[in-house]
Design a protein around this ligand. Structure first.
Ligand code: ZN
Length: 308
């Protein structure tokens, strides 16, 4: 999720664990896992104002930042915060947009506390081998029901419809709130940053197709898993499509100049990048190169990448 340089920083107005109302059917609880990758932290979205609710992306256990984190560090506190927010309501469904460790692990303790089924994306078949500890997938994720594109789950006054959006991960889903025109976009589209596309599970061609899929929709507002709500969705998506095409042109120019190694391309292409995000930038460049290779435009040799 490299920071796009012209994005304004977003001072969060609430503290982790507090519940904030965004529209009549939508509340947000921020998890305590801020980082260069997660911005102010993972945002858990609660949908429903009546007898029952859905919880989208229950978040990490531990701090969600590394594999070895003790399971009860911050994660237990976040599950407690979700339970406080839904007091007096029944949790009808726990939904996950995808199974990165900052999104789905708390589904298991939340299910244990509420008895609600885990519904949503499929478990991941492919490990992400990127450099981000927090992007490692959650091997314990076990959905009770997997939603295909267009699949729905409904409760008291709300209906959520899955919108399959592979690319960031192969199993990524967005969820459309039919009653209000909101779309929960997970890590697929965020305003504060572009999405990391890390092969082999991350796939640039799929990601571009999933951006186009959102551009062709008519959603009123996006609620991403990280960063502020997006009130001009199609404008942002159009910008992201253009940004990726520009990255692709930059890579082709680097190859024309004879730059063969990904770290060198990153140092030329990403000016002012937070050094902690260099590895993630390299993964997205690799994703572009693999896409260009599949299209017959580049090839890889022992010395590195070159034009085909
Ligand atoms: Zn993710």
């Amino acid at each position: 999720m490299m920071a796009v340089t012209d994005e304004k920083p977003w001072p969060d107005t609430i503290r982790a664990g507090e519940c904030e109302l965004h529209e009549p059917l939508v509340r947000r609880v921020l998890a305590p896992n801020p980082s260069p990758y997660t911005f102010t932290g993972t945002q858990t979205w609660i949908v429903g104002a009546g007898r029952d609710v859905a919880v989208i992306d229950p978040g990490p256990t531990g701090s969600g930042m590394s594999i070895g984190d003790p399971p009860d560090a911050n994660g237990a506190g976040h599950v407690d915060a979700i339970l406080r927010a839904v007091e007096g309501q029944r949790v009808a469904a726990i939904l996950c947009t995808h199974t990165h460790r900052d999104h789905s692990p708390a589904a298991t303790p939340l299910k244990a506390a509420t008895g609600a089924p885990i519904i949503g994306c499929a478990p991941l078949a492919l490990q992400d081998d990127g450099p981000r500890a927090d992007s490692a997938f959650d091997p314990d994720y076990a959905p009770d029901r997997v939603l295909a594109d267009g699949g729905r789950v409904a409760g008291d006054g709300w209906t959520l419809e899955a919108v399959a959006t592979p690319g960031h991960t192969s199993n990524h889903l967005c969820f459309a709130l039919v009653e209000s025109g909101a779309l929960f976009t997970g890590d697929h589209v965020m305003a504060w940053s572009t999405s990391v596309v890390s092969p082999p599970d991350g796939d640039m061609a799929a990601y571009m197709a999933s951006l186009q899929k959102l551009y062709d929709r008519d959603d009123r507002v996006y609620y991403p898993a990280h960063g502020p709500a997006v009130t001009k969705p199609r404008q942002l998506v159009r910008g992201m499509l253009g940004h990726r095409r520009q990255r692709e042109r930059q890579i082709l120019r680097e190859l024309e100049k004879g730059t063969a190694a990904i770290p060198l391309m990153v140092s030329h292409m990403y000016k002012g990048l937070d050094p902690r995000l260099t590895g993630a930038a390299g993964r997205s460049v690799l994703a572009h190169l693999l896409d260009l290779k599949a299209r017959g435009l580049v090839r890889v040799r022992e010395e590195g990448w070159e034009l085909a």
